[in-house]
Design a protein around this ligand. Structure first.
Ligand code: B12
Length: 453
């Protein structure tokens, strides 16, 4: 069967809701590439159309469908892109009723029946697609009847094949200026799936946590080294250091194999120790991304973050001591927040002085606990899908007067953090190469976008 998997169009300016310039940051659709790999193994003919990086429009998608004439089309659904997912699905069904149209991805968790109706798709697939998509592709007639299908949870991640990266042009993808060290052509990889923590705002909260074996991850890295000569990788796991023994084994294996990779990961502040950080540094880890969220303990409690201000201070200190860069992520407009508490968060970010700090706005995605309990905390200012980008004030806690006040807080945070003489001096001090100059220039362009210049 001929299968086309589509990631809908979005420009960088749309993603950030502001003009950010040509900063890079188009990243490969790993979920689609994983599914593609499973389908290739089943001997299907598969193509992946990643619209954002290629700047393809919906018209381009329709032309591709006409030219390739697939038997099945899969379209990814992320909340902020859902309107486009819907239009693509409707148009394909109108023009080619015999194509089996499948919609899946994080947005389908909430009201899948409504999505089925709106998109006119044949199947809305909720959850992991890797196992279930095989059954669908192998039994087209059965799945032509409109239905919601719950994907079988992949228990053994080692059983999955390596993502079919060869179906996209990997040379097109470059990470944001502050997300790479050795090469902007960072390759992304998942060693786990899911997260069992309960953060009320997170679309991945309380999902099945599963982990691949170390040899299985190393095998993928060896393949990437051989095929693409990779120099750098980024782990997209929600909680990379959840199992410290796993991380220690991985760091040792990376050293034993002499893969010589720079790498970065994301984790939670209480899942670190000096020992594990030392091993990570020695194994090439240069950057850790932390979801810090707020400088107010009561707000952390309101979102069930399960961390303390002291743990945050300790984690940032430990990472810096290990000689690893730290990227801290904060949100404004949390449940219970007031402008005064927002300012406390800015002060805390400055006190922590991470190498890079990201500020965004709390966005209650459909299906999250926060979305379901919103009346307790505030009101929605904008419920359109395209505004759910985390950079638009869509949720206004009772403590704020207006969306403008929240927008002002975001600008103030970027200005106060990045335009400090000590921060600028430290950045300049770290410049070694022309690549560093360019990185800082692009980073500045992005910060200016966020500060409204
Ligand atoms: C990497 C990443 C990005 C990359 C996207 C790269 C890309 N081209 O996909 C970047 C940085 C660009 C990004 C941006 C955003 N992201 Co993001 N991102 C992630 C992250 C960390 C990993 C995604 C991933 O590849 N996972 C691995 C694969 C295997 O999982 P998966 O994508 O869920 O796919 C599986 C199933 O969902 C399903 N599936 C997925 N797609 C499809 C399609 C079909 C047809 C079918 C049948 C099934 C199916 O099958 C897959 C295999 O089982 C996730 C968190 C996470 N841990 O997943 C957040 C996540 C997807 N992002 C999220 C958000 C909110 C955003 C932003 C809106 C804001 C932001 N964080 O900056 C933007 C806008 C989206 C965009 N594309 O422009 C939310 C989505 C919430 C929602 N309801 O939509 C998530 C879940 C984070 C979270 N916990 O809240 N993101």
């Amino acid at each position: 069967m001929k299968i086309l998997l589509i990631f809908p169009p979005i420009s960088l300016d749309e993603r950030y809701n502001r003009s950010v310039g040509n900063i890079g940051g188009y990243l490969p659709p790993l979920g689609l590439l994983m599914m593609a790999s499973v389908l290739l193994k089943e001997k299907h003919d598969v193509q992946v159309m990643d619209c954002p990086v290629n700047q393809y429009s919906i018209t381009d998608v329709m032309e591709k469908v006409k030219e390739y004439q697939p038997d099945m089309v899969g379209i990814a659904a992320v909340t902020s892109l859902y309107d486009k997912t819907m239009v693509i699905s409707q148009r394909i069904k109108e023009a080619h009723p015999n194509i089996l149209v499948l919609v899946g991805g994080p947005h389908t968790k909430f009201e899948p029946d409504k999505i089925l109706e709106e998109t006119k798709a044949n199947v809305v697939l909720v959850g992991d697609a890797d196992i279930t998509i095989k059954h669908i592709a192998n039994d087209k007639e059965k799945y032509m009847t409109p239905q919601v299908v719950y994907g079988e949870v992949v228990k053994d991640l080692d059983a999955l094949p390596i993502p079919a990266r060869h179906l996209v042009d990997m040379s097109l993808y470059t990470s944001l200026p502050n997300n790479w060290r050795r090469s902007p052509h960072v390759f992304q990889i998942m060693s786990t799936r899911g997260c069992f923590f309960r953060c009320t705002f997170c679309a991945s909260a309380k999902t099945n946590y599963r982990v691949r074996s170390v040899p299985n991850v190393i095998a993928e890295l060896k393949q990437l080294k051989k095929e693409y000569g990779i120099q750098e990788i980024a782990f997209w796991d929600d909680i990379f250091t959840m199992d410290k023994q796993w991380v220690a084994d991985f760091c040792k294996a990376l050293g034993d194999e002499k893969l010589d990779l720079a790498w970065s990961c994301e984790t939670r502040v209480h899942l670190l120790s000096p020992e594990i950080l030392k091993a990570m540094k020695e194994a090439g880890c240069w950057n850790i991304f932390l979801g810090i969220e707020s400088g107010n303990q009561d707000l952390l409690n309101n979102i069930r973050k399960g961390t303390t201000i002291e743990q945050i201070r300790d984690a940032v200190g430990m990472i810096k001591n290990a000689g690893i860069e730290v990227r801290g992520s904060f949100m404004f407009g949390l449940p219970g927040e007031t402008p005064e508490k927002g300012r406390k968060t800015i002060d805390f970010a400055i006190e922590l002085d991470c190498d890079y700090t990201q500020f965004s706005l709390c966005t209650p995605f459909k299906g999250t606990e926060l979305y379901n309990t919103i009346d307790q905390w505030g009101t929605f200012a904008d419920t359109s899908n395209k505004s759910q980008t985390i950079w638009e004030p869509v949720f206004i806690p009772y403590g704020y007067k207006s969306p403008q006040e929240l927008r002002g807080m975001l600008k103030k945070a970027y200005r106060n953090f990045y335009f400090r003489p000590t921060y600028i001096f430290n950045r300049i001090k770290k410049i070694r190469t022309m690549a560093d100059v360019k990185r800082n220039f692009l980073g500045l362009r992005m910060v200016l976008g966020f500060t409204g210049h």
